[in-house]
Design a protein around this ligand. Structure first.
Ligand SMILES: O=C[C@H](O)COP(=O)(O)O
Length: 221
């Protein structure tokens, strides 16, 4: 089965209404390849504002949530709250949320597989419906550094991750789940990365705030 190319723009803690209006302008101008699923990760406070003005071919995503529906968790938002405003996506486990676990550039030192498999297992044990999941592989040393994994490096990890899914979940899940790459993706490097067979899209940080995000969405065009 062919996997629909998926491109997410993670705005992180950036933007105000004025900036968001500018982003909406370039998303509207596009044109965005209709064969691509496009999602933008919006700061919680602007989720509803953004959702209401996004072009119909772009979905909004929350950037994090806590695991229970409600309760005494000051400052957190819950999955039902995200759903309640009509938002269907959430980014979970981004490395910027994991710093508490002391991750560092070790991944450049040959620990990639160990870390990637361990993190995937923690999630895989809980997933009930894999059709709702997109996995993002982001080498921490490539995030916001301008240092991108080469297409071959990324492909190697994505392939291993797919093999892991096949072995530990099922062949069906392995062949249907989108595995996207993140880490200094730009208009300049997206085309080469998108040619790799196991790279099913991107999770874009910095460049998702700029008009070049359109180029990234259209990488396979
Ligand atoms: O979620 C996105 C990633 O952390 C990548 O960020 P970046 O494109 O700014 O390197």
């Amino acid at each position: 089965m062919s996997r629909k190319f998926w491109v997410g723009g993670n705005w992180k803690m950036n933007g105000d209404k004025k900036t968001i209006d500018e982003i909406i302008k370039f998303l509207n101008a596009g044109p965005l390849d209709p064969a691509v699923e496009v999602v933008v990760g919006v700061p919680a406070i602007y989720l509803e504002y953004t959702k209401n003005i996004l072009p119909p071919n772009v979905s909004a995503s929350a950037q994090n949530c806590y695991k229970v529906p409600k309760g005494a968790f000051t400052g957190e938002i819950s999955p039902p709250m995200i759903s309640d405003i009509g938002v269907k996506w959430v980014i979970l486990g981004h490395s910027e949320r994991r710093h508490i676990f002391g991750e560092n550039d070790d991944r450049e030192g040959g620990k990639t597989e160990e870390v990637v498999f361990r993190q995937t297992k923690a999630v895989a044990d809980k997933v009930k419906d894999w059709s709702k999941v997109v996995i993002a592989y982001e080498p921490v040393w490539a995030i916001g550094t301008g240092k991108t994994a080469t297409p071959q490096q990324a492909q190697e990890v994505h392939k291993k991750l797919r093999e892991w899914l096949s072995k530990n979940v099922s062949d069906k899940v392995a062949s249907e789940t989108r595995i996207v790459y993140g880490g200094s993706v730009t208009g300049a490097n997206c085309v080469e990365l998108s040619k790799e067979p196991d790279i099913d899209g991107f999770l874009v940080g910095g460049a998702s705030l700029k008009p070049e995000f359109v180029q990234i969405v259209n990488a396979r065009k």
